[in-house]
Design a protein around this ligand. Sequence first.
Ligand code: PNS
Length: 171
Amino acid sequence: MTDGKVARGTLAVYPGSFDPPTNGHLDVIERTARVFDMLVVAIVVNPQKRAPMFSLDERVSMLKRCVEPFRNVRVEHFTGLLADYVRAAGAEVIVKGLRVVSDFESEMSAALMNRALSEVDTFFLMSDQKYSFVSSSLVKEVFFLGGDVAALVPHPVLSLMAEKRTTLQRR
Ligand code: PNS
């Protein structure tokens, strides 16, 4: 009997800002968790990026709730280079989702750079077509302009976004 994993014994890292996590991210997590033995969802702490909508603690907590159904997925965070993080974590694989051709252009150089720095390869997963237009930044913009994003983010994320909006409106 096998456990159905294609890549047994392999630790994969799915990095991102996850500000906020979307259903597109969740879809990549779910499909990747079926392939690799252990998947770490790694939230980048990027001091150069302008203020995120969600604090690191909020992103960690939202993602932890979202990945509860998957026994082989855990949530971590890192600062600095992804290449250093994956090497230190002993990961064999970086996972990225590709939505559209423009993603490919930027992700190709990132994958080559990360391999040059760490010898860790990047595996790409095509996003489900129903999420090919979904990005965290677009979700935030639409949400704050009053659009309905309920079908685009996991439920715990939607609740926290609504709380944030209420807090901001009170200021
Ligand atoms: O969700 P995002 O913002 O598209 O994720 C981008 C991320 C976190 C994968 C990328 O910014 C990253 O790897 N940051 C860590 C710093 C780093 O290693 N930069 C060089 C990448 S080749």
